[in-house]
Design a protein around this ligand. Structure first.
Ligand SMILES: [Zn+2]
Length: 137
């Protein structure tokens, strides 16, 4: 699959961050999307895994919303408001799940709920509530 130049693998400085951030999670900071190296490599291959495409779709939701709101305001709200943060993630997970569902695939919701309720997302919600919200998508 051909990727646009704003989509980058997490190499270089990313390696200095906790391993879970550099190797397991993607980030969108408008106009860029940063992907774990293995997902990036899979996406530029001839037959990318649906799971990798789904991650890209998740980040593209963030990209679009950051563009619309303005990146600075989006980041400020994302940091200060757990409600905003949760809503942005749920919107992105919705796209990710929708894509996977069409292919009869699922997303590990327990893992996502665990992450959403952890430091990774600045504890925006409890595990139980996160799982409930993700199941509604
Ligand atoms: Zn996200």
């Amino acid at each position: 699959m051909k990727l646009t130049t704003n989509i980058k693998p997490k190499i270089g400085l990313w390696k200095f961050l906790p391993k879970i951030i550099s190797t397991k999670t993607a980030q969108c900071i408008y106009p860029f999307i940063f992907l774990p190296e293995d997902i990036y490599k899979d996406l530029i291959s001839l037959t990318p895994k649906p799971e990798s495409v789904a991650v890209l779709l998740h980040e593209k939701v963030h990209l679009e919303r950051q563009k619309r709101k303005g990146i600075i305001l989006w980041i400020i709200l994302y940091i200060i408001s757990p409600k905003f943060r949760l809503n942005e993630e749920l919107l992105a997970f919705k796209e990710q799940i929708k894509y996977l569902k069409k292919l009869n695939l699922t997303l590990d919701l327990e893992l996502r709920a665990k992450r959403l309720s952890s430091w990774l997302y600045l504890w925006c919600i409890s595990y139980k509530k996160a799982l409930l919200e993700l199941k509604k998508l």
